[in-house]
Design a protein around this ligand. Structure first.
Ligand SMILES: NC(=O)CC[C@H](N)C(=O)O
Length: 395
């Protein structure tokens, strides 16, 4: 006799209901349902703090086939509010695997559903836009009733909208921390051959943690930066007290607009002339600090194969993306110049200040998961810091 699978319900706020199998913790979760088109990297996606309060559906059908390990995490825990997949393979295999995806989801208390038509779900989200949803996961012997389905729809409808939510304060660290681990060390510690050089620190970068992904910090450390990571609400004065050579504004969840404390600090810090680099939420905060406006996109960009054009060189990079808000290109002040655009929908992907050494990118040059085509932006940051340090020394 076939084993009875634990049931699960996925309900969208518009009343669309999917019945599937619970593959994570029992219980329920609500959040904004977004689709991600990456083929691999489910562990990096689940632990990316930018997915706080978002339920992620992966369009690639087989998820979990290489299990889970202790290294491929972007934070110390799962941040996504839930996971929706088509097919959990019966067997996972990888030499680095420490447990299966289902074991990991249970350990992390993450509610997740499999065996649903993720193509149909994605078409709903693409056609009508991202919307709130609810996943309910039950123990194996549960009979799903109409009352349970109605309750899931009601919970989805009651979930707060992402617009207007400041979630950076929810995920940020509470205390400053010096980050030293490089990607090279991570791979060496894992018994794999290293592929980079460890450089002695040449620059001191203060990185705002609005929900920072670890691979950003690793890529900075690998380029000779001592990185002091500070909580989201650290004042500009406290940042300047570290005497940084560079300032980094991190990725993070939620709407950038209510992060007024971060916008005010970024404004002051950019004015000092210290090189500043922002990624994703950090890009949006830099734009807001410079006088531009942001808006909520219909379904955002979440994937690892998005073509982005560098307007200065004409070069097209395949990039990793994860955002639901964007900077409105029609609101740029004279000192904010577009440097990159998305070739999917023409939205802004990169900006630079014309009067200060400050620039930012909407996608993810740190990948994790995804291609490293646009990693050159980290080198642009270190080049600005080299110039800044030389000017300071000559002054
Ligand atoms: N990855 C990010 O930093 C996302 C930024 C912001 N929360 C958005 O959805 O647009």
């Amino acid at each position: 006799m076939l084993p009875v699978l634990p049931p699960a319900i996925l309900a969208l706020a518009d009343g669309t209901v999917f019945l599937g199998t619970s593959i994570g913790a029992a219980g329920h979760t609500v959040g904004e349902v977004v689709f991600n088109t990456a083929l691999t990297g489910y562990q990096e996606i689940l632990t990316d703090p930018s997915y706080c309060r978002q339920i992620v559906t992966l369009t690639y059908p087989h998820i979990g086939n290489y299990g889970v390990n202790e290294q491929d995490v972007e934070a110390s825990k799962v941040h996504a509010a839930g996971l929706i997949i088509k097919d959990l393979p019966v067997r996972a295999s990888n030499f680095r695997q420490s447990m299966t995806l289902a074991e990991y989801l249970v350990r992390e208390g993450t509610v997740a559903i499999a065996d649903i038509d993720t193509r149909r779900l994605t078409r709903v989200l693409r056609t009508h836009g991202a919307q709130n949803g609810c996943i309910m996961g039950f123990p194996a012997d549960t009979a799903v009733t109409q009352a349970m389905i109605d309750e899931a729809v009601a919970l989805a409808r009651r979930a707060p909208s992402m617009a207007g939510l400041d979630l950076a304060q929810v995920v940020t660290r509470r205390e400053p921390e010096v980050w030293t681990e490089t990607e090279w060390q991570l791979f060496a510690a894992n018994g794999e051959p290293g592929f980079g050089q460890q450089t002695a620190p040449q620059f001191h970068v203060v990185a705002y943690d609005f929900g920072v992904k670890r691979n950003i910090l690793r890529m900075l450390a690998e380029r000779g930066c001592k990185v002091t990571v500070v909580p989201a609400k650290t004042s500009a004065a406290d940042v300047l007290a570290y005497q940084p050579d560079g300032i980094f504004l991190s990725n993070g969840p939620g709407d950038p607009e209510p992060c007024d404390y971060a916008i005010a600090a970024a404004k002051t810090l950019i004015e000092t002339g210290i090189p500043t680099f922002g990624i994703c939420l950090g890009h949006q905060i830099m734009a807001l600090a410079s006088g531009a406006q942001t808006f909520k996109m219909k379904f955002g960009h979440h994937g690892a194969n998005h073509p982005v054009k560098d307007l200065d060189t004409g070069r097209v990079s395949i990039t990793s993306q994860n955002h639901g808000f964007a900077v409105n290109a029609d609101t740029l002040p004279a000192n904010l110049r577009p440097t990159h655009v998305s070739l999917f929908d023409g939205t802004l992907q990169g900006l630079t200040r014309t009067d200060k050494p400050a620039f930012c990118f909407q996608g993810h040059p740190e990948a994790s998961p995804g291609p490293h085509d646009i990693a050159y932006l980290f080198d642009r940051f270190t080049a600005l810091m080299t110039q800044h340090v030389a000017e300071k020394n000559n002054a």
